[in-house]
Ligand binder design. Structure first.
Ligand SMILES: [Zn+2]
Length: 144
């Protein structure tokens, strides 16, 4: 680890840090906090339906977030993630291998659409997140 979270947080203004403290609970509430070597990832619920994705490379000192904040090198979501990591690094665990959905063999398109509609009613954020994931995957595949 070339940069400690505390070192990275030194570049965060007092105002952003204050907002970040309010978001600590949002980071902790999410189950998916990952660590792979020097890279830590978390999702933080912001004002949009799908949570923002924060990625920090502690070796390079690189911090990115999918939120629209372009004014701060380290936004409040990333700062909140760093605060949680400082407090409880063990809660960031290696990413689980990607899970595949069981084959929906035998289901017609209409059945699948009904399932998705139902899922959307119950957990709209899951479906939106899923849709973003699929779109992102398709974009990546286009480059291969
Ligand atoms: Zn952000």
């Amino acid at each position: 680890m070339s940069f400690t979270p505390a070192e990275l947080l030194r570049h965060v203004s007092g105002k952003v840090r204050e907002r970040a403290r309010d978001l600590v609970g949002e980071v902790e509430r999410r189950e998916r906090r990952e660590r792979q070597g020097d890279v830590i990832r978390a999702r933080v619920q912001g004002s949009r339906p799908a949570p923002y994705r924060v990625r920090t490379d502690l070796k390079k000192g690189e911090v990115t977030c999918s939120c629209p904040d372009e004014h701060n090198a380290i936004c409040k979501h990333a700062a909140a993630t760093l605060l949680v990591f400082m407090d409880d690094p063990a809660s960031f665990v290696p990413a689980a291998p990607p899970r595949r959905l069981p084959a929906l063999t035998g289901l017609g398109e209409a059945d699948v659409e009904r399932l998705l509609d139902r899922l959307h009613d119950l957990h709209p954020d899951v479906v939106l997140d899923w849709a973003r994931e699929l779109t992102h995957q398709a974009e990546e595949e286009e480059w291969e």
